[in-house]
Ligand binder design. Structure first.
Ligand SMILES: Nc1ncnc2c1ncn2[C@@H]1O[C@H](COP(=O)(O)OP(=O)(O)OP(=O)(O)O)[C@@H](O)[C@H]1O
Length: 260
């Protein structure tokens, strides 16, 4: 398994913390899905897990040798053809050239890459460029697959093919981490990214126990039904756990647990 422990990330020394203590385990056998709106930090977290950027704090352990990473935006300004580009990627991953080229043809056909792998990537449409990004992630069977918003940019047949490829990888034992917007949430173990932290989606609609992280915090500010209040612990019930958690975390509460 790949384990994220207390990971923090900001993009400049004085900038805001985009991730502020993220804990996550990406296990085989279940697809892990990070859900959030625009600009909350999904891509930031996925890049870190994939090893494409480094955390400012905390650590990520158990990343396997073969990581397939599909970024949200494929690099467009590449003059090489898809076949040349994927040939380089194959060499970097230790694949024999013949095997790489056979795989390029197979993936180009599965994803309906138009007009094909032998034109410059820069000349491809956005969606077809995204297919090349998918192809590089699947060139060698990934042990960890990280896909940033799989629905973005691809047409319906390509999305269905990508879903099939992901489920084949899952059956082969890959660990899978996806990000998604609320409008296109895939099946899996869902986590919501709120104020730089991950909250398991199973907490929605449940009773929630919170701990104040600074003195003087009043439970009145939680704007929810207070079920129990004791020193260091408040249990609330709400129909809108997202909004409650968003405000509570911002105000200085920390999540203890969901109380069934
Ligand atoms: N390379 C970067 N340099 C500076 N700030 C960045 C960089 N990448 C992301 N950010 C900032 O980090 C925050 C989170 O961005 P991120 O792309 O991770 O969000 P996201 O949840 O994936 O958004 P979207 O749904 O729009 O793709 C944003 O405020 C963004 O401006």
């Amino acid at each position: 398994m790949t384990v994220v422990q207390g990971v923090r990330k900001r993009y400049s020394r004085t900038g805001p913390w985009v991730l502020d203590g993220v804990d996550l385990t990406v296990d085989p056998g279940v697809v892990t899905v990070i859900v959030a709106g625009n600009g909350i930090g999904k891509s930031t977290l996925l890049r870190l897990v994939a090893g494409a950027s480094v955390p400012t704090g905390g650590r990520i352990t158990g990343r396997p040798d073969t990581v397939g990473y599909v970024p949200e935006r494929a690099p467009a300004a590449i003059r090489m053809t898809a076949r040349q580009y994927l040939g380089h990627i194959g060499r970097m991953r230790g694949l024999p050239p013949g095997q790489t080229q056979a795989r390029v043809d197979e993936l180009a056909e599965r994803l309906s890459l138009v007009p094909g792998p032998d034109v410059p990537i820069a000349s491809l449409s956005k969606g077809n460029g995204q297919k090349v990004a998918v192809m590089q992630a699947f060139l060698k069977p990934p042990e960890l697959l990280v896909v940033d918003e799989p629905a973005t940019g691809l047409d319906a047949p390509a999305r269905a093919e990508l879903a099939a490829m992901m489920s084949e990888a899952e059956q082969d034992g890959a660990r899978i981490l996806l990000s998604a917007h609320e409008s296109a949430v895939p099946n899996g173990k869902l986590y919501r990214l709120l104020n730089g932290k991950l909250v398991p989606e199973a907490l929605r609609g449940m009773r929630i126990a919170l701990r104040p992280t600074r003195p003087g915090l009043s439970s009145a500010g939680l704007a929810a039904e207070i079920l129990l209040e004791e020193p260091g612990r408040v249990v609330v019930r709400t129909d809108d756990a997202d909004t409650l958690l968003l405000k509570a975390l911002a105000d200085g509460w920390s999540l203890i647990e969901a109380v069934s």
